[in-house]
Write a new protein. Structure first.
Length: 243
């Protein structure tokens, strides 16, 4: 948890520094209808939702996750004059709660352990950070933190099938990805018939739906792998429209 929380903090500060360098948060991002301010506002709202899930699970479960709520809360937060400081406060508070949490944490998708919740926050911060980077025309240097994004993308394979009205496969998939420094990251049995391979950055783009599938150097072998790749998603909620 200590290492995970350190990576979450580092991912958050990288995005913090990016938005601090650019004064205009009204710049539109690739997410339709969302500005840079919407992206930061959504991260703050999700931090607070996660804190509620940890501290008051019943109250958390009473709130639905719908596109209108996500859009409305992002819109409201984007209008706050002190949004940057509020986001800093929310992520700091969430990290403190995650450090002390135990057992499963309810969420919009399946319940998660504190470690999985932290990994999910890294993933979402990275993904929305990519939207902001794209909006500002900035190319980010990939880091080893990408492994967290890829990990949750692999772990949510069955969830992605269910979200798309398909039965979760009973066959395992071998995933082999090349990390930013040329290292190889793997998941699944080495002798699996179904395989997904490619650059870790491209896989992260795939499972966060931040790039069009046709732009990515992701290879899928086997029926299950070929069915999974087009619907892969690492985030909770209904399937997105992609890029």
């Amino acid at each position: 948890m200590t290492e995970l929380l350190a990576d979450l903090d580092a991912e958050s500060w990288e995005l913090d520094e990016l938005v601090t360098r650019h004064a205009d948060w009204t710049v539109p991002t690739p997410a339709e209808g969302w500005t840079v301010g919407h992206q930061i506002g959504h991260l703050m709202w999700t931090d607070k939702a996660a804190i509620l899930a940890i501290t008051d699970p019943e109250a958390f479960q009473a709130q639905p996750l719908t596109p209108d709520i996500v859009d409305r809360t992002a819109e409201e937060a984007a209008a706050l004059p002190d949004l940057l400081e509020l986001w800093r406060d929310s992520r700091r508070a969430l990290q403190e709660h995650l450090a002390q949490a135990s057992g499963k944490i309810v969420w919009f998708g399946p319940p998660m352990s504190p470690a999985s919740m932290t990994t999910a926050r890294i993933m979402e911060t990275w993904a929305h950070g990519q939207d902001v980077a794209d909006a500002f025309g900035v190319t980010r240097k990939p880091t080893a933190r990408l492994r967290h994004v890829c990990h949750i993308g692999v772990r949510t394979m069955g969830f992605a099938f269910l979200l798309n009205g398909k039965a979760a496969p009973d066959q395992e998939v071998r995933v082999e990805l090349e990390g930013p420094q040329g290292e190889v990251w793997t998941w699944g049995p080495e002798d699996a018939e179904n395989r997904v391979t490619g650059p870790a950055l491209d896989f992260a783009f795939l499972v966060t739906q931040r790039r069009n599938r046709g732009e990515l150097k992701i290879e899928a072998t086997g029926a299950v792998a070929q069915e999974w790749v087009p619907i892969a998603q690492a985030f909770a909620g209904p399937p997105g429209g992609g890029r």
